[in-house]
Design a protein around this ligand. Structure first.
Ligand SMILES: Cc1cc2nc3c(=O)[nH]c(=O)nc-3n(C[C@H](O)[C@H](O)[C@H](O)COP(=O)(O)O)c2cc1C
Length: 171
């Protein structure tokens, strides 16, 4: 007889006790705040992804650059490099830019060895969902599995429930 599919709960319980890195990019601070809350709740390590050529301070100039980078399928360089080797779970946080992840997130996903690791996406946005970004990131990163993603809109209770469902709340 066929093996029953694992329940969502069984799959998600597997992240409990794993070593967690929270890697995030943030232009105006919202995703930074979300990442810091997640750090407090999970006890993971935190790493800020920063552009080697920083984005402008002005909104219009930043949206123009972001749009062009997406059109070009660019991989903007990252300042520095994270050591992913000691982590099993990489939480990847970003603002939604033009309906998907900023291209620098794709640079990050191509800059290290994610094989055998679990990526847990989270975002902030003005209203756009996280779904399109996750579909796109799955085409970029090789050999990793993706856990349930989350869009943080200021609802701490939902954030708590999401982390709890993944087994990531610190004991
Ligand atoms: C370049 C750019 C593009 C954006 N595109 C979108 C978008 O497509 N959909 C959306 O809901 N919000 C969009 N926003 C709003 C941001 O996703 C939102 O303000 C987010 O919380 C910013 O996160 P941060 O403070 O970590 O940079 C955009 C903002 C910028 C600067």
């Amino acid at each position: 007889s066929p093996t029953p599919a694992k329940s969502t709960a069984q799959q998600q319980a597997s992240l409990s006790g794993k070593k967690v890195l929270i890697a995030y990019f943030s232009w105006s601070g919202n995703t930074k705040a979300a990442a810091e809350k997640i750090q407090g709740l999970t006890g993971g390590d935190i790493y800020r992804i920063e552009a080697a050529d920083p984005y402008p301070g002005e909104y219009d100039a930043t949206t123009d650059r972001a749009k062009q980078e997406q059109k070009d399928n660019a991989r903007p360089a990252i300042a520095g490099k994270a050591d992913l080797s000691k982590y099993d779970v990489i939480m990847v946080g970003y603002p939604i830019w033009w309906y998907q992840e900023p291209m620098i997130i794709d640079t990050f996903l191509e800059s290290g060895d994610f094989s055998g690791k679990t990526i847990v996406p989270f975002c902030t946005s003005g209203g756009s969902s996280i779904d399109k970004s996750i579909e796109h990131m799955k085409t970029v990163v090789k050999g990793a599995s993706f856990a349930q993603g989350f869009r943080y809109d200021g609802n701490d209770k939902e954030m708590n429930q999401w982390l709890n469902s993944l087994g990531l709340l610190k004991k």
